[in-house]
Design a binder for this molecule. Structure first.
Ligand SMILES: NC(=O)c1ccc[n+]([C@@H]2O[C@H](COP(=O)([O-])OP(=O)(O)OC[C@H]3O[C@@H](n4cnc5c(N)ncnc54)[C@H](OP(=O)(O)O)[C@@H]3O)[C@@H](O)[C@H]2O)c1
Length: 252
């Protein structure tokens, strides 16, 4: 049997999830991570983990398709068996989509899509995976700084991340008897592909974020991957039901 801890990370093919998988690998934590459309990027993450000397297995998943979750749990069981385990230790609900629809133009279709991927999928994936999560394990849900401060045309996205934060508190209470901690990490603007890569690639946006951030720059993926890895470590064992913002002090 494996003695390494095992994490399940959704959306590990790119951005914050990719960084999380790599930072965990540096700490000896194996990952079963998911990708949706970026199978090539997922393969690169697996290779990068192997270079570090770790193990990672990539599984396909659309977190907006709840009907596929029972099949996914079967895939997880197989992946865990490959790693020499029956259960896992950490769940990082990271996969998500952005949206910038003006409130006046918002449609049911748009709201339902964001709800499916960013909230409903998180709730039911967590429910389905809980029987495989070890007692004493950890759950981290990725929220956003936008639940504390506002930016235009982000009402549905930010509201549903707000729901994730409430879900986090209730789940922490629910799972405390199993010794499982549940926390939300709320990143500020980070330079990833998110929202078409606007924070990274649009100089005006990049400079604006830097100007309103106490630490003077937009975030990098590792700013979040490092935090998630540290929250999953023994050092953070007494933290549960909390929203931890990692924004470099955005809009203070
Ligand atoms: N970047 C920011 O500024 C920022 C700030 C605050 C919060 N966040 C949150 O951080 C999380 C990660 O964002 P990111 O910046 O890393 O985004 P990203 O670079 O766009 O990566 C998104 C990841 O989520 C996966 N994904 C997207 N839709 C999916 C679906 N329907 N089913 C399963 N996986 C899906 C993608 O998989 P494929 O590529 O394989 O399709 C990819 O691995 C999100 O929850 C986001 O809301 C981001």
């Amino acid at each position: 049997m494996t003695t390494n801890r095992i994490a399940i990370v959704t959306g590990g093919s790119r951005g914050l999830g990719r960084s999380t998988v790599l930072q965990l690998a540096k700490r000896g934590v194996h990952s079963v991570f998911t990708y949706n459309s970026s199978s090539d990027e997922a393969e690169k993450v697996v290779a990068a983990v192997q270079e570090i000397g770790g193990k990672a297995i990539a599984l396909e998943l659309d977190t907006g398709n709840v009907a596929s979750f029972d099949g996914f749990v079967g895939d997880v069981r197989s992946a865990l068996a490959t790693l020499g385990a029956k259960r896992f230790d950490y769940l990082v609900n990271n996969a998500g989509i952005s949206d910038h629809t003006a409130f006046a133009s918002l449609t049911e279709e748009v709201l339902d899509r964001i709800y499916s991927v960013n909230f409903k999928g998180v709730v039911f994936l967590t429910q389905k995976l809980l029987p495989l999560l070890n007692d004493g394990g950890r759950i981290i849900n990725i929220s956003t700084g936008l639940t504390r401060f506002t930016t235009p045309d982000t009402i549905p996205y930010a509201s549903l991340k707000g729901a994730i934060e409430v879900f986090t508190v209730y789940l922490a209470k629910e799972l405390g008897s199993r010794g499982i901690t549940v926390n939300a990490v709320a990143p500020g603007a980070i330079q990833t592909d998110f929202s078409g890569g606007v924070v990274r690639d649009n100089p005006a946006v990049n400079q604006h974020v830097a100007a309103v951030t106490a630490l003077g720059r937009p975030g990098l993926p590792d700013d979040i991957g490092l935090l998630v890895a540290s929250l999953l470590s023994e050092d953070s064992r007494w933290v549960t039901g909390q929203r931890i913002e990692a924004s470099g002090g955005m809009n203070l």
